[in-house]
Design a protein around this ligand. Structure first.
Ligand code: PRX
Length: 657
C-alpha cells in the first residue's frame, strides 16, 4: 500500500508475497467441492446455507432460514428441531457405520483406546441418563473441566443430547478462573477428572475444582454435584454427597436413550474468551446454525472422505477449535479421528509424528505456534517418521508467517499437501476465511478468501471498503449460521463489542489487508487482546492479576512478538513504595510470573516482567501500550507527543538497558 495513505483506520503493511501453489490436479479432479460452489453461494447465500442444513437430520424440518429482524440477534432455521448428539452419533449407526472408528485415542503415558461410533453412542446414552438422573434438564449449564480423554467428548455430547448447555473450561486454567466461569454461567454440575497426564506428570484437576468451589465469591455456589472421571489416579479429597465417581454412576444407569429434537436456536454451549475488559466473555452458541456451518466447513475445507480419511486436530476441547473441529464437525460427518491427551514433546519431540505414522493420519490440523516449535527442533525429528499418509494440512489460531507455512508444506506435507490457513474466532463458531483445497491456489501466509456463503469486507474507520493493496479492519457483512448469538447474561456488551463500531457489520477485532488479487492477509488484533500460542488473552485481565499482588502498585501488559508463540506476554510493573515481598527486579520477575500462573493459569504467565518507575500515560491517564510494545520488541520508541510527560519513555528505556 502507499505509505502516505492517511485514511483513518487503514493499517500499513510491509509484507511482500512469495510464490503461490495451484491446487494439485488430483484435488481439482476429485475434491468434493469445485469452483461452482462459490457461484451457488453468492447467488443466494441463505438458500445455500439452507441446503447445507438439509444435509443434517432434523427431527422437525425447518421452513424459515434466516430471521434477522431482531439484529444483531440472529435466528437460523428457527422453526426446525434438531438434536446434535443424534446427528453426531445415532445417524451414523443407523446408516450402518456403527463399526467405523470414531476416535483413536492415545493417552500421554502411551495407553490407547479405540472407540467406534456404536460404542461412542452407547457411552453418550448412559452419560445422558446419568445427567438426567442428577436433575440436569434442558437449558441447565454443565461445566466441563477435563483433560483430552474420550469422556470429554462423551460429556459434551451427553449435555447436547438432553438440550442442556455445556461450558468447557480449559484444564490449564486456574481455580480462580474456573470459579469465575462457574459463577457467570451458574453451572449446576461440574464434570472433571482426578487428574490428566501432561509432560510426564499428572496435572491435578479435581484439587483445582475443590479449590474453586471453596473460594468465597460474591455469587452463591451454584454447583450441586462434581462428577469425577478416574484418570490420573492421584490422591484427591472427597466431599460425600457432592462428589461422585463417573465410572460408578455410569455403571448404574440405563443404557437406552432416545434423542428428542430441540428448537434450532436452543443454546448449545458457552465458551469464555478474552475481551478488552478483565471479565471474560461467555460466548453463546446455539444448535442448528452452528452445526450446519461446523459440519459443512469440516467437509469442504478439509475435503473430508469419512470412509478413508484419518483426521487429526491437535486442539484441546477447552478452545473453540476443539468444539467445532474435534467434536461437532468431524463427528457430524462420521469421520475417524485421532485424539491425543498430552503435549507434543512428551516423552520426545517425535511424539506427534509417531502418532501420525501409527494411525496413518491423512488430514492434520494444528496451530502455527506448534509448527514453529517443530521448526526449532530441526526437520530430522519429523522426517524420521513415515508421514506419507498426510494429504492435507491446516492451520488455525494466528497468522502464519510464510517461512513456517513453507516449512510445514515441505517437511510435514512432503512438498505436495495443500495447506488450508483457516481464519475464524470463538465468536464465529466455525471457519470463515480459508482456501478450498480443490479450488484455491494457496499463498503462504494468507488465509485468502471467505468460504462460500460468507461475506467479508476490509474497511477503514468510516466503514468504507479499503480496496486492493490496502489494509484496514476485518468485518463480516452478512449474518452467518454459526455466528455467536450473544454474550451470556450481557446483551449490551454483545452489541457494544461487535456491532457498535460499524452498525450493520460484525467487527471482528482483527486488522487485515487485501493484496493485489483481493486475497485477505490477517494482521492480528487491533484491540488490547494478545494472541499467545493461538490463544486470546486480554491485557486487562493479566494487568489486574498483577495488581492483585500486594507489592504491585500498577501494571501494563503488552503482547510482544515471539518467535515461537506468535506473541508473548511482557509486563511492566510499578512496585509499591516500601513493599518488602519483592526485593530486586530479578526476583520480581520470578515472583510475579508465578503469581499470574496461579491466578489465571500457566498460559497467561509473562515471558518478562520489567520493574519500572513510571508508565507512559496520556493526559487523561490512559496507558499507551503501543510505546511499551516498542520497548518490548526492541524497537525505537514511536511518537510520544500525546504523553503527559514526554520524558517517561526515555527513563523506561534507559532503565531497561
Ligand atoms: O486474531 C485472530 C486469530 O485468533 C483470533 C480468534 O481467537 P479465538 O477466538 O481464540 O479462536 C482461535 C481459533 C479459531 C482471531 O480474531 N486467528 C485465528 N485464526 C487465524 C487468526 N489470525 C490469522 N490467521 C488465522 N488463520
Amino acid at each position: 500500500m502507499s505509505p502516505n495513505n492517511k485514511t483513518p483506520g487503514v493499517i500499513e503493511s510491509l509484507q511482500t508475497e512469495v510464490e503461490n501453489f495451484p491446487a494439485p490436479p488430483h484435488f481439482v479432479e476429485t475434491a468434493q467441492f469445485g469452483p461452482e460452489i462459490y457461484q451457488q453461494a453468492t447467488q443466494n447465500p441463505e438458500e445455500f446455507w439452507a441446503e447445507q442444513a438439509r444435509a443434517l437430520h432434523w427431527h422437525k424440518p425447518f421452513t424459515q432460514t434466516l430471521d434477522w429482524s431482531n439484529a444483531p440477534f440472529a435466528s437460523w432455521f428457527g422453526d426446525g428441531e434438531i438434536n446434535l448428539s443424534y446427528n453426531c452419533l445415532d445417524r451414523h449407526v443407523l446408516a450402518g457405520n456403527g463399526d467405523r472408528v470414531a476416535i483413536h485415542w492415545e493417552g500421554e503415558p502411551g495407553d490407547t483406546r479405540t472407540i467406534t461410533y456404536h460404542q461412542l453412542l452407547g457411552e453418550v446414552k448412559k452419560a445422558a441418563n446419568l445427567l438426567t438422573s442428577l436433575g440436569v434438564t434442558r437449558g441447565d449449564r454443565v461445566a466441563i473441566y477435563l483433560p483430552m480423554i474420550p469422556e470429554a467428548v462423551i460429556a459434551m455430547l451427553a449435555v447436547a443430547r438432553i438440550g442442556a448447555i455445556h461450558s468447557v473450561v480449559f484444564g490449564g486454567f486456574s481455580a480462580e478462573s474456573l470459579r469465575a466461569r462457574i459463577d457467570d454461567a451458574q453451572a449446576k454440575i461440574i464434570i472433571t477428572a482426578d487428574g490428566g497426564w501432561r509432560k510426564g506428570r499428572v496435572s491435578p484437576l479435581k484439587p483445582a475444582v475443590d479449590e474453586a468451589l471453596a473460594l468465597a465469591t460474591e455469587t452463591p455456589l451454584s454447583v450441586e454435584h462434581v462428577l469425577v472421571v478416574q484418570r490420573g489416579e492421584n490422591d484427591i479429597a472427597w466431599e460425600e454427597g457432592r462428589d461422585l465417581w463417573w465410572h460408578e454412576e455410569i455403571a448404574q444407569v440405563d443404557d437406552q436413550h432416545t434423542a428428542q429434537g430441540f428448537p434450532a436456536e436452543n443454546p448449545l454451549f458457552i465458551l469464555y474468551t478474552s475481551g478488552t475488559t478483565g471479565k471474560p466473555k461467555g460466548i453463546l452458541h446455539t444448535s442448528g446454525g452452528y452445526l450446519t456451518q461446523a459440519s459443512f466447513t469440516h467437509r469442504a475445507v478439509f475435503d473430508l472422505r469419512p470412509e478413508t480419511d484419518v483426521y487429526w486436530s491437535t486442539a484441546d476441547i477447552g478452545w473453540v477449535t476443539g468444539h467445532s473441529y474435534v467434536v461437532y464437525g468431524p463427528l457430524s460427518n462420521g469421520a475417524t479421528q485421532v485424539m491425543y491427551e498430552g503435549t507434543p514433546e512428551t516423552p520426545t519431540w517425535s511424539r506427534w509424528w509417531e502418532i501420525v505414522e501409527r494411525y496413518g493420519v491423512t488430514i492434520f490440523y494444528t496451530a502455527p505456534t506448534a509448527i514453529r516449535s517443530f521448526m526449532k527442533q530441526g526437520r530430522e525429528v519429523a522426517l524420521k517418521h513415515d508421514l506419507s499418509t498426510i494429504r492435507l494440512l491446516g492451520t488455525v489460531g494466528e497468522p502464519i508467517n510464510p517461512e513456517a507455512w513453507l516449512w510445514y508444506r515441505e517437511v510435514i506435507g512432503a512438498g505436495t499437501a495443500p495447506i488450508v490457513d483457516t481464519w475464524w474466532q470463538t465468536e464465529t463458531g466455525a471457519i470463515m476465511i480459508s482456501p478450498l483445497p480443490g479450488v484455491t491456489a494457496t499463498k503462504p501466509g494468507s488465509a485468502q478468501v471467505p468460504i462460500p456463503g460468507i461475506s467479508i469486507d476490509v474497511v477503514d474507520d468510516n466503514a468504507d471498503h479499503v480496496g486492493r493493496g490496502n489494509g484496514g479492519l476485518l468485518t463480516v457483512t452478512k449474518p452467518w449460521p454459526s455466528m455467536l448469538r450473544g454474550i451470556w447474561g450481557d446483551p449490551e456488551r454483545f452489541i457494544a463489542t461487535y456491532w457498535r463500531t460499524f452498525g450493520d457489520k460484525y467487527f471482528a477485532g482483527d486488522g487485515a489487508r487485501l493484496d493485489a488479487d483481493g486475497d485477505i492477509w490477517l494482521m492480528g488484533r487491533v484491540d488490547d487482546v494478545m494472541n499467545v500460542s493461538g490463544h486470546r488473552l486480554s491485557t486487562t485481565e493479566i494487568e489486574s492479576s498483577l495488581v492483585s499482588h500486594p507489592s504491585v502498585a500498577e501494571a501494563a501488559v503488552v503482547g510482544a512478538q515471539d518467535e515461537v508463540t506468535g506473541q508473548a506476554v511482557v509486563a511492566f510493573v510499578i512496585l509499591k513504595k516500601n513493599q518488602t515481598l519483592i526485593g530486586d527486579s530479578d526476583q520480581a520477575s520470578a515472583i510475579l510470573t508465578a503469581h499470574v500462573g496461579n491466578h489465571i493459569g500457566a498460559i497467561a504467565r509473562p515471558r518478562q516482567v520489567f520493574v519500572v518507575g513510571e508508565l507512559p500515560k496520556t493526559r487523561s491517564g490512559k496507558i499507551i501500550r503501543r510505546l511499551l510494545k516498542d520497548v518490548a520488541e526492541g524497537r525505537e520508541v514511536g511518537d510520544t507527543s500525546t504523553l503527559a510527560d514526554t520524558n517517561i519513555m526515555q527513563l523506561i528505556t534507559e532503565k531497561l538497558r
